[in-house]
Design a protein around this ligand. Structure first.
Ligand code: UD1
Ligand code: CA
Length: 455
């Protein structure tokens, strides 16, 4: 165990190959910015502090990350990775180890970082390496006859044999801060890019300590950095496949893992069936025996056991009880709570409603700011008129109420247990228990009616 840990995240680079006005590390992978992925990995290690080195669009990034206890070091000119780390030195504790992470390498596992840190001792530095199919653009790990690391050579400075090496520098390194402070100022910029390379620290550490330790990360993608939109999309695909695999291996039936997206913190029980093109965002809990149809988006919600969500349904910040049926084409907006056995059908929008056990809103309705009791039947085309243009009002509907089709319920309104509302009504006054309320005029049938002729 290390006594103290300081994490440094490098994020000053321009990201010019993204061709975007958004800072590179704020581009999202699985709905979370690249730098947030890196911060999350760092936080899993419980470090004593985290310092972000910012340069390009520093203000924007700082605004994004402010108020969370991070240190910000400014690197005005991007003179290389060693120069970037140097800017963070004032925030580092002499008694600590420093772990260097890159803001554009989002999927490094905490376990790999822990393994790397376990190698560190009072004097030695450690480098995380990986074996990749295509090492183009990356620093190569050069080893001696006995397999010890000798140096890291940047692609642009490699010779032909070195180019064929597939073991690469992930960029992730750990140092005792005291040593880092001695070695960094000795790094020179006499290379093809005239940059101060952090990788040159390997030979300085070898001269001083006679050893540099390396650790290998298990999965190639852990080392992938994002430089362009293509790499971002490839890594997204890898991430999503991993998420799908994790669930499938625990008994979730995902019809096509290549058409399944998780963008948050998701729990899915065994025996859940998920059809194609389903997106799960934020915090989502799906209990056993739930079925989710094609093209559904579920965001910050709970779906309890046995419920079926039919295709093309959107659910946001809501709770769906057991054995409910929702959709197809339903829009369940924030604050909706469905009790067990409730049914929401096609083209129904709900917002801030409590829908009691066994109640049904089967077709073409808007129900907002309302409370419905048990076994209520809401007919097609029912609208709660909850808004007068300025204020919102509530509709309260008791148990066993029947609301005829094409009804406007003008809130505030209380409709008590067992009441019936005739189809086509505009209800503006409370209805007592078991009353029938009707607002349309009596139908008048006229015999032998002649339609107007053309003049
Ligand atoms: C770097 C490594 C390379 C490694 C690769 C892994 C060096 C010299 N090279 O190369 O061995 O295989 O990462 O992805 O370290 N940054 C700054 N300030 C700077 C320069 C860079 O903050 O002056 C930041 C960038 O924003 C980025 C990270 O450091 O987050 C890496 O920089 P980048 O220019 O992408 O380095 P690579 O050429 O990829
Ligand atoms: Ca890079």
């Amino acid at each position: 165990m290390l006594s103290k840990l300081n994490v440094v995240i490098l994020a000053a680079g321009k990201g010019s190959r993204m061709y975007s006005e958004t800072p590179k590390v704020l581009h999202e992978l699985a709905g979370t910015s690249l730098v947030e992925h890196v911060i999350a990995a760092a936080q899993n290690l419980n470090p004593d502090n985290i310092t972000l080195v910012l340069g390009h669009q520093a203000d924007e990034l700082e605004a994004h990350l402010a108020g969370r206890g991070f240190n910000f070091a400014l690197q005005k000119e991007q003179k290389g990775t060693a120069h970037a780390v140097e800017q963070a030195l004032p925030f580092l504790d002499d008694e600590a180890h420093a772990l260097i992470l890159y803001g554009d390498v989002p999927l490094t596992k905490t376990a790999s970082l822990e393994k790397l840190l376990a190698l560190c001792d009072k004097s030695a530095m450690a480098v995380l390496t990986s074996d990749v199919k295509n090492p183009e653009g990356l620093g190569r790990i050069i080893r001696d006859g006995s397999g010890n690391i000798k140096a890291i050579v940047e692609e642009k400075d490699t010779d032909d044999t070195q180019k064929n090496i597939t073991e690469i520098n992930t960029g992730i390194m750990a140092f005792p801060v005291k040593k880092l402070k001695q070695w960094l100022p000795k790094i020179k910029n006499n290379n093809s890019q005239n940059e101060y390379y952090l990788t040159d620290i390997v030979s300085l550490a070898l001269e001083d300590e006679g050893q540099v330790k390396t650790s290998f990360c298990a999965d190639e993608y852990e080392a992938y950095g994002i430089n362009n939109m293509l790499q971002l999309a490839s890594l997204e695909k890898i991430y999503q496949y991993q998420q799908a695999s994790k669930f499938m291996l625990k008994g979730v039936k995902i019809i096509d893992p290549s058409r399944f997206d998780v963008r948050g913190e998701v729990n899915i029980s065994a025996d859940v069936k998920i059809d194609i093109n389903v997106i799960l965002e934020g915090k989502v809990d799906i209990e056993k025996n739930v079925k989710i149809g094609a093209n559904c988006i579920l965001k910050n919600c709970t779906i309890q056991e046995g419920t079926e969500i039919y295709p093309n349904t959107l659910i946001e910040e809501s709770e769906v009880g057991k054995n409910c049926k929702v959709g197809p084409f339903a829009r369940i907006r924030p604050g909706t709570e469905l009790k067990n056995d409730a049914k929401i059908g096609n083209f129904v929008e709900t917002k801030k409603v409590l829908i009691g056990r066994g109640s049904k809103i089967n077709h073409l309705s808007y129900i907002g700011d309302s409370e419905l009791g048990e076994k209520v039947n809401v007919g097609a085309g029912t609208i709660t008129c909850n808004y007068d243009g300025v204020n919102k009002f509530k509709t309260k509907i008791g148990n066993n109420v029947f609301i005829g089709s094409n009804t406007a319920l003008v809130a505030p309104l209380i409709i008590s247990d067992g009441a019936t509302i005739g189809a086509g009504s505009t209800i503006t006054k409370d209805v007592k228990a078991d009353q029938l309320a009707l607002t349309r005029t009596q139908q008048n049938n006229i015999d032998g009616w002649k339609r107007p002729g053309k003049k």
